[in-house]
Design a protein around this ligand. Structure first.
Ligand SMILES: [Zn+2]
Length: 290
């Protein structure tokens, strides 16, 4: 099944696909172990920085090997700001791409999206777009994000409708109180009224929720149920599990130098985070794992 079909299945059955950012082999292994254990379809996604670090062809080979062992994985290019990056990912064998022109003036975002979408569709692939530059960044921050910054990035449903109709994107990255990263002094608050308005303005378009880390489980479940969210992006909580657990293992075993003996604990910590997300997203048992 291609990405379009998986998203349609998620929408019809009321679950969301977890879109997990992969920084390195350990995070890849943790996400894969969770997907297998929960028999869940997953999106493995790579930002431009992550894609450059892991290597575009390595990504496709890793995922192909996992698929041969029975895993259901879609590969997404996350927040790509340019056409060249998208073309590279398509050529390498990615299933989905997210063109993020939200930092550009609106007219330019629109213009490039209109060029990108037919190219992606010609390959039978799926494309995501966005118009609001998401606040925050995927990391753990002390303090709070200002209400002004959060409000600035909220989606205007009418503008979203215009963008979707003009470009033909398949997935719209909607902002309704979600933002990137975890801010230790603050819990994210989903604006359900706004989410419902966005959904009503975009019939036939899939909705994604970025910044899924640090939103309460109840709010995420509700966003999937009443807001029609079918893709939830998770990055920060994986990075947090990686870093915190690596530091813990290293401090507990100062004499250990064999990386392959240090990392299994880290991989298990990531697996645990992902399994919990899969439970919340309702995607348990949705794929046939060998
Ligand atoms: Zn994002």
């Amino acid at each position: 099944m291609n990405a379009q079909k998986w998203l349609a299945k998620a929408e019809a059955e009321g679950f969301a696909l977890g879109a997990f950012n992969i920084d390195n082999l350990e995070i890849f292994k943790g996400v894969l172990a969770a997907a297998k254990n929960k028999k869940a379809p997953v999106i493995m996604e790579f930002s431009s920085g992550e894609e450059k670090f892991v290597g575009v062809n390595n990504i496709v080979d890793l995922v192909d090997n996992a698929r041969e062992e029975g895993a259901t994985i879609l590969i997404n290019l996350d927040h790509c700001p340019d056409k060249a990056g998208i073309e590279k990912a398509i050529k390498a064998g990615f299933d989905m791409v997210h063109f993020d022109g939200s930092k550009l003036p609106y007219e330019e975002n629109l213009k490039i999206a209109k060029e990108v979408v037919p190219k992606v569709h010609a390959k039978g692939l799926t494309v995501e777009g966005e118009i609001d530059h998401i606040a925050g960044s995927s990391g753990v921050h002390s303090g709070k994000l200002s209400q002004d910054e959060i409000k600035k990035a909220l989606t205007n449903p009418e503008k979203a409708k215009e963008f979707v109709e003009e470009t033909g994107i398949d997935i719209f990255a909607a902002f309704f109180g979600n933002y990137h990263g975890i801010f230790e002094g603050q819990e994210k608050q989903v604006d359900f009224d706004l989410l419902k308005k966005i959904r009503a303005a975009l019939p036939g378009t899939f909705l994604s929720m970025h910044g899924g880390s640090g939103i309460s489980d109840e709010q995420v479940k509700e966003a999937i149920k009443v807001g029609g969210i079918v893709k939830v992006n998770i990055n920060t909580e994986l990075r947090q599990a990686f870093r915190d657990t690596t530091e813990k293992v290293l401090s507990e075993k100062p004499e250990e130098y064999a990386v392959y003996k240090i990392m299994p604990t880290v991989i298990s910590a990531i697996q645990e985070v992902v399994e919990h997300k899969i439970d919340i997203f309702g995607s348990v048992g949705k794929a046939n794992y060998a």
